[in-house]
Ligand binder design. Sequence first.
Ligand SMILES: [Zn+2]
Length: 98
Amino acid sequence: MAERPDRSDRSDRSDRSKRNRYDRQRFQRERECRFCASPSMKIDYKDIETLGRFVSDHGKIRSRRQTGTCAKHQRKLAKAIKRSRHLALLPFTGESLR
Ligand SMILES: [Zn+2]
C-alpha cells in the first residue's frame, strides 16, 4: 500500500523577491587598496575567503573601481583568482546560473 503524505502544506507567501533598485550604489567605495593598507593580507590562490570578496555573485572578478584595489594588487588578484578557478576552488560562474 502506498502511503500518501498529507497535503496540508500552507505555504506562507511572505517573502518578497523584489529587486533592490539601489543595488548599484551599494558598492562601498574604498579609496585605498586593501592589500596596501594592510600588508599582512596576502594574495593567495588557496585563500578563497579573501578572493571571494573580489568576485561578484556571478563569479566574475570585480573591477578595481568597485574594490579600490591598486593596479599592482589587482593583477596579482586576477592571477590568483584564475589559478584557484583552475583548481576548482572558485567557480567560473555563479551558482544561480547552473
Ligand atoms: Zn595595493
